[in-house]
Design a protein around this ligand. Structure first.
Ligand code: TYD
Ligand code: MG
Length: 449
């Protein structure tokens, strides 16, 4: 077999032939036809080319590097993979630098060599912040630099296991002729950090600023080049933050981590449902509990509604944390299908904790909270409402109901209101199920019709 495939190539012009010839048929040179294998390896060695390898002989990545912050590690897919490039995106001021500073500290405290590179802030600023939130460690080094070559040089010298680059928009390659933040600058910088990561096994975290209107062109481009994209989100004036994986070559993208921004830095919220409920005051009219899904995670949240007489010809419908069109629909359904009079009322609806919820399973909780406020009657504290409401007023079943029920039961909710079409035999959930056909029935059952 092998013999058959031997190819002879002319060392002068590159002409190939299946058999050895004394003279090249193309250029006419004598004695220049050589066996291909020789040529091939020589050329391959020159180009630094790689040989294909047996896939079953490939070793998987080394053990993961645990950051030591359980929420962060979970979102990464169970720690960071050596040699991977992770982009952390988020709006300016949301806490990206703080999060990575704390992660860097935690890694250093676990024995990793960590290099923090900042092109954003001065060493004094970062140092005093680190001191304030208790994130100083001898193995945690800081370099304030925007020149990529200089950064790579420093990395070569100290060969860190983890490097943080804050931010990719401030990095500049000398040989690229444009300002930092320009697309080709970012592409080239990421490319070089990627090369460093792959060659040395360093985990590289890149910070990328993103604006509210959407994602800057840069980070979008960068997203394709990295192994893992995390987003850090939240409302600026609320302390709650969500860390979310939107791309992960080494894990699931439905993981989320919940954080609270405090004076002493970010705090991981291990039991978010409890966290949201702890903020709940005494039972008041206009509040209803529901269970939403954040990725794979069920979260108990509270919907708050305020219904007040309007002075305007067109009453207001204002929502925070949920889609305003969805609120308009819920209000219309309440009016037409459940005869709750709202035409002369302003309706305000919010979700606790600054969460942004876009799933329809929120509908029933929203309707209940509005009706409760409208009638000024409280709903029982131990009840939770889970269902989508259709335009006909019908309460529809939702996805992942079992997970939601378990979470509600875990937090001590003893009655759960669901669609009468929800699957039978929802096994072993220690809560009373109240099945309702439509919104009207739900309102009547709780005396807020
Ligand atoms: P920062 O990490 O600098 O945000 P980013 O890097 O995403 O731009 O954090 C910004 C905000 O976080 C800042 O306005 C103040 C607040 N913060 C606290 O509330 N507590 C703290 O301990 C720290 C370090 C920051
Ligand atoms: Mg920052």
């Amino acid at each position: 077999m092998k013999e058959e495939r031997t190819l002879y190539l002319c060392s002068e012009c590159g002409e190939g032939s299946a058999q050895w010839l004394g003279r090249c048929p193309a250029c006419g040179s004598f004695g220049t036809m050589e066996k291909e294998s020789k040529h091939y390896t020589a050329a391959g060695a020159h180009a630094g080319g790689r040989e294909p390898v047996r896939m079953d002989s490939v070793e998987s990545e080394g053990p993961r590097l645990m950051v030591g912050m359980p929420e962060f590690d979970r979102v990464l897919g169970g720690g960071a993979v050596p040699g991977s490039l992770v982009l952390l995106g988020g709006e300016p001021g949301i806490g990206k630098s703080t999060l990575l500073l704390q992660a860097a500290f935690s890694l250093a405290a676990r024995g990793a060599r960590v290099l923090m590179v900042s092109g954003e802030e001065s060493a004094a600023q970062i140092g005093s912040r680190a001191r304030r939130i208790g994130s100083l460690h001898p193995e945690l080094l800081l370099l304030c630099e925007t020149d990529v070559e200089a950064v790579l040089g420093a990395a070569q010298k100290m060969s860190p296991e983890v490097m943080v680059v804050d931010s990719i928009q401030t990095m500049r390659c000398r040989d690229v002729d444009s300002t930092p933040g320009a697309l080709n600058q970012m592409r080239e910088s990421v490319f070089r950090f990627q090369a460093l990561a792959k060659e040395t096994g360093t985990v590289v975290f890149l910070v990328g600023h993103v604006t509210k209107e959407g994602i800057l062109a840069g980070p979008r481009l960068v997203e394709h080049m990295v192994d893992c994209v995390l987003y850090f989100e939240g409302e600026r004036f609320d302390a709650m933050r969500i860390l979310r994986a939107v791309k992960n070559r080494y894990g699931s993208v439905s993981e989320v981590g919940i954080y609270e921004m405090t004076d002493g830095g970010l705090r991981e919220v291990e039991d978010p449902s409890q966290y949201f409920l702890d903020r709940r005051d005494e039972p008041v009219s206009g509040t209803a509990a529901t269970v939403i899904m954040e990725g794979r995670r069920p979260l108990v949240v509270e919907v708050q509604a305020l219904v007040v007489p309007t002075r305007l010809p067109t009453p207001k419908r204002v929502s925070t944390g949920m889609d305003h069109r969805r609120l308009a629909i819920d209000v219309a359904v309440l009016e037409r299908k459940a005869r709750v009079k709202l035409a002369d009322r302003d309706v305000y609806v919010g979700i606790t904790g600054g969460l942004r919820v876009s799933e329809p399973a929120l509908d029933l909780g929203v309707c209940m909270a509005i009706a409760s406020s409208r009638q000024d009657r409280t709903l029982p504290r131990e009840a939770v409402f889970i269902g989508e409401v259709s335009l006909t007023g019908e309460v529809r079943p939702v996805s992942k109901l079992e997970d939601r029920l378990r979470e509600a039961a875990r937090l001590g909710f003893s009655s759960v209101v669901v669609s009468d079409r929800a699957r039978r035999g929802l096994a072993a959930v220690p809560a009373k199920l109240i099945r309702v056909r439509d919104v009207r029935q739900a309102l009547a059952a709780f005396d807020v019709a």
